[in-house]
Structures are given as structure tokens and as C-alpha cells.
Write a protein that binds this ligand. Structure first.
Ligand code: BGC
Length: 747
């Protein structure tokens, strides 16, 4: 070829290639035009593919030869997968992303999702425990660290935070939530969303997912996957606030719940998904099903078959089908038959694609899958330090008689008793992402780390991990206890009993552990019960047997170190319960923000013919908002800046809190209201604000709250806030039971 001609051909070739770069792949184009261009190019099958989320697994190494994995990879090549869950690690995610980007017709990248619930490699306390810190910045930070770790391992999307309000410790999943209070739950949900997502403009944050929408925490009997039957006023006042706060905080995705609402499964519930979420709240992100929940509409008795399930899900407004594969199999046909409009399909698909554009995956599909970054990011000393901080603040001191705690370990003979205290496996729960038992500090190790040189720490298992009573083990523990100065007894349940599919009919301290404590009590030695559990257990049986009770929950990587710091007083405990601790199983559900009933039992009166049980008290063992410190706090001088106010006025509430003990401590000052008479009955107490303050010994502080009109209103059955004139009680205290009270009249 002559030089001139060859130059001409080259120029032509380059301009041809440029002309061929599709708009959707061109970062210089607007997000909108890129999305439109892509939608225009997609077949209905490819659109259905974007709505299909599959369970992953491994796609490299020996797994490559697995026929199931091969079939999934072929689906990726065919554009039939929009997202995977449970593909883990920079290497794996990259391998599959390459197939999607290089081998599928349009090269649309995959979204990788995982349940990153309380950490990825560095494991933080379970969310229920962390909520007991009432420390929103710690919760935001721990979600941020979880996101940073997960994102370095190729994860774009977590299925958290769980925003389900629950009153039922039988439900294993209370560990994933923030407890029983809608107001606190809303603050925590928003903090967690912010932590996971940041502003979603870097590769260090991930999409969050508000779940389980809606009302999954109200499952009957606390049984997993069970039914729910709640009224609309309960929906709006009790259950919606955390979901709504999370959506308002910018949550990118929402998950359908497994349950029905008003007889219609959430995945096919147009009222929940379209009317409330997408229209009323203007949610523009992805609605993903829960695992198989589109298909489960058949078992519920709401869909006739898979095709009907797919139809009902998309007509309700649900977008992505996790694992049921009813959408991928039926959507094209449903469109062909005119049962589903292309507009509805495009709306759902756009929501998925928008997130992929937002995360920058069309421009750099591998920006989250970087093995070097993964190595440098996971389980760092800095992350562990934050996990320790969160763990210390999550612990709740429930009882501390005769100042049993803190313990001056120097020169002491300490008997540590209880199999869990020496078992790494039992420290971790169901939702640990890539957390590893070997990285987790047991109680025994924590005590040894902190006081091994100063104190003599002996250990006896006391009970078997199988939960069976064992006389020999009890004898061994008692013999050791006889020579000790103080007994630390780790009781409760294995972490493995916390999480999904862990409903319990008996959420209590197992009988062999009670027997152990009874035997130890006879030694006359001071007993500290360290309770491990992912839920409030019934502690009534051990209450008289232990001098001190420390609710340790499931604390993650730094468990042992955190508990040791609290036992020694290196950290003065400040956590407060976010779920009521029932007195007995038969009391469940028991919660602080209940209605008064027509027959309450006024303090100090004969309870005859009132709302009660014959065999147990009405009061729980420990109320909501409760937790002790090594110091004490006194409350006084509660005042309002006005006793009568108009509907639009704000009210200033002041109270003086004094540290009346001898060490510095943190106190969670809680503000409650009661709307005394209203068009629908309102709870006896509703939390409306709190402040966490630190006071030196002898120090007093006047804590001020501003009550806003919205704090005094409730929602009607349509979800509209109403503020009705009349009498209100304004209460402040260190827990939901012991409060000071003033009256306020709204004109
Ligand atoms: C759970 C969800 C979880 C999903 C994916 C379901 O069984 O209910 O909370 O996000 O599985 O693992």
C-alpha cells in the first residue's frame, strides 16, 4: 500500500471504531443517555436477565468443572444474570465479571451482593448488641469499615441493614436488628445506611439494602418465615419508621419480606412496594426479593404457578428475583401475551442498570475486585481497634450487687467457667461473611491477654457444648471455684443459635447451666454471669444465683478483650438494652411501648380483675433502655420551657443529671412522651430522643432536648402524621421504667 493510501485507511478505521463505541459505554455521555441507549439495545430476554439474581459460589479452580457452575457461567454469557449473591473475593468476582463483560453480547457488568451484616473479615458486634451502645457514630463507622473490607473483595452490595422492629426474642433474627423501638430503630437504620454507602462515589462503599420490607419482625410466635397480621396503624406507627428513615437516608435497595401483609405476600404486595415505597416515598432504587420469595407466593396460596408468581411480583413493583428464577423463565412470555407492559419491565431494569452506572461498573467493571487492595484492607489493626471499641460499648451491665464488678485482677485467683469461654467456634454467628473463628478472641484469651501476668486464671468447662448436664463437669468446676476469689461464669447460647432459621421456643439459659450456677452458688464465692446470646434470654432463673450479670451478646472478633476491659473497669460499661428482657417465656411479647389496656394495674393496687397473669408479674426482668454503670447517676429538676403550647411550637425539655458515684461514666439520657388521650390509643411511653453524656464523679449537667411537633404526632391508618391537641406526659430518665414526669398541654 502506498503511504498516503495507508494513512487514509487508518484514519477511516479509527473513526469507524470511534463511531462504533456505543453511547452506553462512553463515559463522556450523560448517565441518562447511556441508560436509554442500553435499554434500546436490549432484548426482552436480556432485560429479564438483569432482573435475575443467582446464588453464586466459586467460579475458579476446581469449581470450574462443576456442571452447576458451568451452567451458571453460560447464563452469564447469555446475558441471563444481572447479579450474583455469595460470590466472594476479588479473584472470584473478577473472574466472573470478565465473563460478563467480555463474553456476553452487551457486556453488562454483574452486581455482586453478600450479607455483610456486622463486618466482612473484621467482625463487629451483632447489630442488636451494637444498638445497645446507642452510639450512632460507632454504628456508622462499623458499617463503613464493613463496606471498605467487602468492597475490596469485589462486593458491591450488602443485604443490610435489617430494619425490622421486633418484640419477640424467640425470633432468631432479632440479632440482626436494632431492637424494639421505632424511633431509635429509625436513627440507627439511617446511620447504618450512611455508613455502608457513604456517597457511593468511590469504590470503598457499597449499596445497602433495607430489609425485610415490610413487618417481618412481627412473625407470629417468633417463628421464621411465618405469617404476620398487623393493622395499618401498627404498620405506620410501629414498623415503618426504620424502613422509611433508611430510604430517606438514601438506601439504594430494599428487600421484600417473606411474610404476608393483609393477606398478600410482600413480594406481590402493590400497596407496600408501589404505593408506599415507590410512590409515597419516591424510592428510585432496586426492590429485590428475599431468597426465593417470588416463587414462595405459590406455597403461600397467592400465585397459581411460577408464571403467575412472576406476573404478580412485577405488577406489584418488585424488581429483582433472588434465586426463584421465575422472572427469567417467564417474563418474555408475559410481555408477549400483553400481561406485562414493556414500560414496567424497563422501569425495573433501569433501576438495576442505574446502580451499575452509579457504581462506575460500566467504566471500570473491576474497580471493586482488586486482590492487592483486598489484602491490604482486610482485618487491619485499625479495623480491629474499632471493633474492640464497638464491642466494649455494646456490653450491658444488668446486675452488680455488692460492687462485685469491676474486679481488681492483680494477685487474684480467678476461676473462668463455661465451655463457650474457650470455644472460638461458638463466638461467631450465622452472619459472619468472611469472619474466621481463628481470628476471634475468646474470653479465656482476652483475660489471659489482659491479666495473665497479674492474676491466676484457671479454666473449667462446667457444661458440655451439647447442652447436656454433666455431673463430672460441674464437680470439676466447683472444686476449682472453692479455691478462687471470684467466679466468672460464661453462660447463654452459642453464636450459632443467632440468626436466620434460629427460632427458639425456649429463649432461656439452658438447664445444665442453671444447675452449674446453683452448684457454684453453694461455694459462697462472688459470681459474675457473663451471658452470651444473640437475643435477650430469660434470665430469671440465674438472677438470684449471680452477684453480677453482664450481657455480652455476640461481640465478634474482639469478644474476649472487650469483656476483659469491662470486667476490670478499664472501660466503664455504658450500654442500655434495646429490647426488653422478659420475666418468663409466657410474657412474650413484652415491650415498653405497649398500650395501657382498659384494665391496667395502677402501682401498689390489688391486681384483681385487671390485665395480668396469675403466675408471673406483668413487669419484665429488665426494661427497655436499662443498663448499669460502675458509677451511679441521679436525675432532678425536670422542666419544660412552657406547660401549654400551640401545635406548631417547639418545647424545650431540661433535666439535670449528676454522676453521684466515684468514677467517670457515660449515661444515656432518654426522653419519652405519652399522648394521654387520642383518636387512636397511644403507647404508655414512646422514646423521642436521647443524649449520651460523659460525667466525671460529682459532675452535674443540664441536658436539654427540643421536642418538635412531629415528636408529638402519630400516624393515622393512611400513614399521615396527626398532632392532636390535649394532654401529654413528658418523661426523662436513665431507662424506660424509672423516669421523672411533667405534663404538657397542646392547644
Ligand atoms: C434472608 C435475607 C438474606 C437473604 C440472602 C434470606 O434467606 O431472609 O435476610 O439477605 O437470604 O442471603
Amino acid at each position: 500500500m502506498k503511504p498516503m493510501i495507508s494513512l487514509f485507511v487508518t484514519v477511516m478505521l479509527i473513526s469507524n471504531i470511534q463511531a462504533q463505541v456505543p453511547i452506553y459505554k462512553d463515559p463522556k455521555q450523560t448517565a441518562d443517555s447511556r441508560l436509554k441507549d442500553l435499554l434500546n439495545r436490549m432484548t426482552i430476554e436480556e432485560k429479564a436477565g438483569q432482573l435475575n439474581q443467582l446464588n453464586g459460589g466459586f467460579f475458579t479452580g476446581p469449581a470450574l468443572n462443576d456442571p452447576g457452575q458451568k451452567a451458571k457461567m453460560q447464563m452469564v454469557r447469555d446475558g441471563k444474570v444481572g447479579s450474583f449473591l455469595n460470590v466472594i473475593g476479588a479473584k472470584e468476582t473478577r473472574a466472573i465479571q470478565e465473563i460478563a463483560v467480555k463474553e456476553s453480547r452487551l457486556g453488562i457488568p454483574i452486581l455482586f451482593a453478600l450479607d455483610v451484616i456486622h463486618g466482612y473479615k473484621t467482625i463487629f458486634p451483632i447489630p442488636l448488641a451494637e444498638a445497645c451502645s446507642w452510639d450512632l457514630s460507632i454504628m456508622e463507622k462499623s458499617a463503613g469499615i464493613a463496606a471498605k473490607e467487602a468492597s475490596s473483595a469485589g462486593i458491591h452490595w450488602t443485604f443490610a441493614p435489617m430494619c425490622d422492629i421486633s418484640n419477640d426474642p424467640r425470633w432468631g433474627r432479632v440479632m440482626e436488628g436494632a431492637g424494639e423501638d421505632p424511633w431509635l430503630g429509625a436513627q440507627i437504620a439511617a446511620a447504618r445506611v450512611k455508613g455502608f454507602q457513604g456517597s457511593l462515589n468511590d469504590a470503598e462503599h457499597i449499596l445497602s439494602c433495607v430489609k425485610h420490607f415490610a413487618v417481618y419482625g412481627a412473625v407470629e410466635g417468633g417463628k421464621e418465615y411465618n405469617n404476620v397480621d398487623v393493622s395499618r396503624v401498627a404498620l405506620w406507627n410501629k414498623y415503618m419508621p426504620p424502613y422509611e428513615a433508611a430510604v430517606k437516608a438514601g438506601a439504594a435497595t430494599v428487600m421484600n419480606s417473606f411474610n404476608v401483609f393483609e393477606g398478600v405476600p410482600a413480594s406481590g404486595n402493590k400497596y407496600l412496594v408501589t404505593d408506599i415505597l415507590k410512590k409515597k416515598w419516591g424510592f428510585g432504587g432496586i426492590v429485590v426479593s428475599d431468597w426465593g420469595s417470588f416463587g414462595e407466593m405459590i406455597a403461600h396460596g397467592y400465585a397459581a404457578d411460577e408464571k403467575d408468581a412472576a406476573l404478580k411480583a412485577i405488577l406489584a413493583g418488585s424488581d429483582m428475583d433472588m434465586e426463584a428464577q421465575v422472572t427469567i423463565k417467564n417474563l418474555a412470555q408475559l410481555v408477549k401475551e400483553g400481561k406485562v407492559s414493556m414500560q414496567a419491565v424497563d422501569d425495573a431494569v433501569s433501576r438495576v442498570l442505574k446502580m451499575k452506572f452509579k457504581l462506575g461498573l460500566f467504566d471500570d467493571p473491576y474497580r471493586f475486585s482488586d486482590e492487592a487492595r483486598e489484602k491490604a484492607t482486610l482485618f487491619t489493626a485499625a479495623n480491629r481497634a474499632e471493633a474492640l471499641e464497638a464491642a466494649k460499648r455494646s456490653i450491658v451491665l444488668l446486675k452488680n450487687e455488692k460492687n462485685t464488678l469491676p474486679i481488681a485482677f492483680n494477685g487474684k485467683k480467678v476461676a473462668l467457667i463455661g465451655s463457650f469461654a474457650d470455644s472460638k467456634d461458638d463466638l461467631l454467628d450465622f452472619w459472619i461473611a468472611q469472619g474466621e473463628a481463628k481470628n476471634t478472641v475468646t474470653l479465656r484469651e482476652g483475660l489471659q491477654n489482659r491479666f495473665g501476668n497479674a492474676a491466676s486464671i484457671s479454666f473449667a468447662p462446667g457444661y458440655g457444648l451439647d447442652g447436656v448436664a454433666n455431673e463430672a463437669m460441674i464437680k470439676e468446676a466447683v472444686a476449682m471455684a472453692e479455691t478462687a476469689d471470684v467466679l466468672l461464669v460464661n453462660v447463654g447460647l452459642s453464636g450459632k443459635m443467632a440468626g436466620e432459621d434460629r427460632a427458639l421456643a425456649f429463649p432461656e439459659i439452658p438447664a445444665p447451666q442453671v444447675a452449674l450456677l446453683q452448684a457454684l452458688k453453694k461455694t459462697g464465692k462472688p459470681i459474675v454471669a457473663l451471658v452470651s446470646s444473640g437475643r435477650p434470654l430469660i434470665l430469671t432463673a440465674i438472677q438470684p444465683l449471680a452477684d453480677a450479670i453482664v450481657q455480652c451478646w455476640i461481640l465478634g472478633t474482639e469478644t474476649g478483650n472487650a469483656v476483659a476491659d469491662v470486667l476490670s473497669g478499664a472501660y466503664n460499661p455504658s450500654g442500655k438494652t434495646v429490647m426488653t428482657f422478659p420475666y418468663a417465656i409466657g410474657q412474650i411479647p413484652v415491650y415498653y411501648n405497649a398500650f395501657n389496656t382498659g384494665r391496667p394495674i395502677p402501682e401498689g393496687t390489688d391486681p384483681g380483675w385487671k390485665s395480668r397473669y396469675r403466675d408471673i408479674p406483668n413487669k419484665p426482668l429488665y426494661p427497655f433502655g436499662y443498663g448499669l454503670s460502675y458509677t451511679s447517676f441521679t436525675y432532678g429538676g425536670l422542666s419544660l420551657d412552657k406547660n401549654t403550647a400551640g401545635k406548631n411550637e417547639t418545647i424545650q425539655v431540661s433535666v439535670t443529671v449528676t454522676n453521684s458515684g466515684s468514677v467517670a461514666g457515660e449515661e444515656i439520657v432518654q426522653l419519652y412522651i405519652r399522648d394521654v388521650a387520642a383518636s387512636i390509643v397511644r403507647p404508655v411511653k414512646e422514646l423521642k430522643n436521647f443524649q449520651k453524656i460523659t460525667l466525671k464523679p460529682g459532675e452535674s449537667r443540664t441536658v436539654k432536648f427540643i421536642l418538635l411537633p412531629k415528636d408529638l404526632s402519630f400516624s393515622d391508618a393512611a400513614g399521615t402524621p396527626v398532632l392532636e391537641p390535649g394532654l401529654f406526659k413528658i418523661m426523662v430518665g436513665g431507662n424506660s421504667r424509672d423516669v421523672l414526669e411533667k405534663e404538657l398541654t397542646i392547644k
